[in-house]
Design a binder for this molecule. Structure first.
Ligand SMILES: [Fe+2]
Length: 187
């Protein structure tokens, strides 16, 4: 899910910066939370190995998302910076469209920092750190996709001036969100 799509949010919550970011506080994750990440990773990678686009699997690999434990955004961002100039920062939840697009235009991906509860292992509505980082960060390591996401952020900022955000939101939903990608002759 996108962090976007809330026009009624006006001010960042207390503790968040003017750009809506918060520290990840990586040291605060419990060992149970790290173990849950590992469990989620194992389940997903088994399903994705034969199905996912090569660029996605390459991203998982070069970003070393298969290492045990929840990724530290500082380390992850250092790897991304070297590859494509992107970084990942934490936000408290939904952020306004303007802030969301501005981050993308600056090659910054906003991610949830919480991880789901064990009883939510199959599904939860709000994007948690596994959804955002495992689901979206790998393609940010791909130079073409990295440029596309920045252009999308710039387009989003423009769309706000023309009241045509809905079109851009739909584009995001059916490409980035669902991972639609053409590889050779395969979709
Ligand atoms: Fe998402």
């Amino acid at each position: 899910m996108s962090k976007s799509a809330r026009r009624d949010l006006a001010e960042p919550p207390s503790g968040a910066g003017a750009d809506w970011t918060i520290p990840q506080d990586w040291r605060r994750y419990t060992s149970a939370e790290h173990a849950l990440w590992d469990q989620l990773f194992e389940r997903q990678i088994v399903m994705l190995q034969p199905r996912a686009a090569a660029a996605f699997l390459r991203g998982v690999d070069v970003l070393r998302l298969g290492r045990p434990g929840i990724p530290d955004f500082e380390e992850l961002s250092a790897r991304l910076r070297d590859l494509t100039g992107w970084r990942v920062v934490a936000v408290p939840g939904l952020v306004p469209d303007e802030a969301f697009f501005r981050h993308l235009a600056n090659r910054t991906f906003v991610a949830g920092r919480f991880i789901r509860r064990p009883d939510q292992i199959d599904y939860l509505q709000e994007p948690d750190i596994f959804h955002d980082v495992f689901g979206h960060a790998p393609l940010l390591a791909d130079p073409v996709f990295a440029d596309y996401m920045q252009a999308y952020g710039e387009g989003g900022l423009r769309s706000l001036r023309f009241d045509s955000l809905d079109h851009l939101a739909r584009l995001y939903w059916y490409t980035v969100e669902f991972g639609l990608i053409r590889e050779g002759s395969d979709l």
